[in-house]
Unconditional design. Structure first.
Length: 489
């Protein structure tokens, strides 16, 4: 679309609405090229405004068929032609009518037949399509080729009448099935008048053993799919009648077919429909496997969380039976650390994503620290910034690191006279930093992190360096202590 705008900027009377319409056309026109076995070139008239006579045309888009060899070896986008040099393109623009039945002309070593189609939008011709195909390949067409061409003629007439592309159909056409994956032609009553070999194969895989032609497509689909449609959903027979633009899936235990139904319009009358279909059995099988895998992973995280909580409960019971205060405190610290890991797994068990919303974990760690601190009511804890989502491989060690730093500040840094704890998060594109400030007494003057015997700080340092590939910094000053953990993401 940007290329189209660049090509016509200041040289055409096209409005942004016109350009959007041409973008919709070129998004769908691989189907037109494949059905007509032809190269398609989109020409925009060059003129100052809509009332001025064009001075020529510029090619803004070029598509090649996947059903036949291209007739142009080089791209024609950006090529300009003067008014009068290509009479059929001029005539289609001026008259608003399809120009066909022209004599083939020699282009290089090939005899090429050219036809031109006006692109009409809201009653105005805004561009022209030239269609180029090898005349030698048209002399003895097969039944498939004849049906493809007839369908193409119907669609080109809709382009000329302004009824194709279909309005508001972008979501239905994404992705657009390929013509070669399977095509069915319906008459005005929704009965199959032609089915390509790939279309027959797709329904055969679902268990249809008869010929498709002369049967109602909706009836065939309901027959192979059974009667498992929900009462509030549109039935397959209605959706596949050809009366309206629809995209539906027909599925049974043997496979799944994706069907795109496109009504064919002539003037104000519906004359039938075409159906592009694609066998998506393997795609849906992989989707189901992924859903099963995700559910299994969430269940594993849930069970790990439950097991960790069980271990915590057992350690807590053991701590209450031990009379030695130091041993009891060590077990309580182990309970706290296990609880931090359990929080990460609990978050993962309730999420459909493969990442951890760490801000929720951080809030719970802070809340847990408040409950465990004997001086919680006297300490103001503030938090600034957001971590966002993290991979589980980072979230688990980070939860332990933050837990240790918060409790270290509450139990040691603020033990004497401090009453304020701030947690500040900074997230850049490739790095996260978490700062924990307290206004306590600060670190001893001879403190050395590398030589510290504090188990909590040893855990923080080891996890930061080995698991997070980050850096731990402890600074002490007149206003308290700052602990900073920085790591790449």
């Amino acid at each position: 679309m940007a290329q189209l705008e660049d090509l016509v900027r200041g040289r055409s009377a096209l409005t942004p609405v016109h350009i959007h319409r041409l973008h919709e056309l070129t998004a769908d026109w691989q189907m037109l090229s494949d059905l007509s076995f032809a190269d398609l070139i989109l020409w925009v008239p060059l003129r100052k405004d809509s009332k001025s006579w064009p001075t020529g045309h510029i090619a803004v888009a070029h598509i090649r068929p996947t059903t036949a060899a291209t007739v142009f070896t080089h791209d024609l986008i950006g090529e300009e032609i003067a008014w009068g040099s290509r009479g059929r393109i001029d005539a289609a623009l001026s008259n608003g009518e399809i120009i066909r039945d022209s004599e083939p002309e020699l282009v290089g070593e090939l005899m090429i037949k050219e036809e031109t189609i006006p692109v009409t939008f809201e009653g105005q011709v805004i561009a022209t399509i030239s269609r180029h195909r090898n005349a030698d390949l048209m002399r003895s067409p097969s039944r498939l080729e004849l049906n493809y061409r007839e369908i193409a003629h119907n669609l080109y007439r809709m382009v000329a009448e302004g009824t194709f592309p279909y309005p508001d159909a972008i979501s239905l056409f994404d992705p657009l099935p390929r013509v070669g994956d399977g095509l069915i032609r319906l008459d005005v009553n929704g009965v199959i008048s032609y089915a390509s070999p790939n279309a027959r194969s797709a329904f055969s895989r679902l268990g249809w053993s008869n010929e498709l032609e002369s049967h109602s497509l909706g009836g065939v689909a309901e027959s192979v799919a059974g009667t498992r449609q929900d009462a509030h959903e549109e039935g397959l027979k209605s959706a596949l009648s050809g009366k309206a633009l629809r995209r539906v899936e027909c599925e049974n235990q043997d496979g799944t077919i994706d069907l795109l139904v496109m009504p064919l319009i002539q003037g104000s009358d519906r004359i039938g429909a075409i159906v592009l279909l694609h066998n998506i059995t393997e795609v849906r099988r992989r989707d189901r496997e992924l859903i099963t895998k995700d559910a299994t992973i969430r269940e594993v995280h849930h069970r790990v969380k439950n097991n960790l909580q069980t271990v915590s409960a057992l350690l807590r019971l053991q701590a209450r039976r031990i009379e030695d205060p130091a041993a009891s405190a060590a077990l309580e610290e182990a309970v706290r650390r296990i609880g931090s890991i359990a929080m990460v797994h609990e978050t993962l068990s309730g999420s459909t994503e493969e990442s951890v919303a760490f801000d929720d974990v951080l809030d719970r760690l802070i809340s847990n620290a408040r409950e465990l601190s004997p001086r919680v009511n006297a300490i103001a804890i503030e938090r600034e910034g957001e971590v966002g989502t993290l991979e589980p491989r980072l979230a688990t060690p980070l939860a332990l690191v933050v837990t240790e730093l918060i409790h270290n500040a509450l139990e040691h840094g603020l033990a004497a006279e401090g009453d304020s704890l701030r947690i500040v998060v900074e997230r850049a594109q490739n790095e996260v930093s978490i700062h924990i400030f307290d206004n306590g007494l600060g670190l001893p003057t001879d403190f050395d992190l590398a030589l510290s015997s504090n188990l909590g700080l040893q855990i923080v340092r080891t996890l930061t360096e080995n698991e997070l590939n980050g850096e731990l910094t402890l600074l002490s000053g007149p206003e308290g202590t700052s602990a900073q953990v920085s790591f790449p993401i």
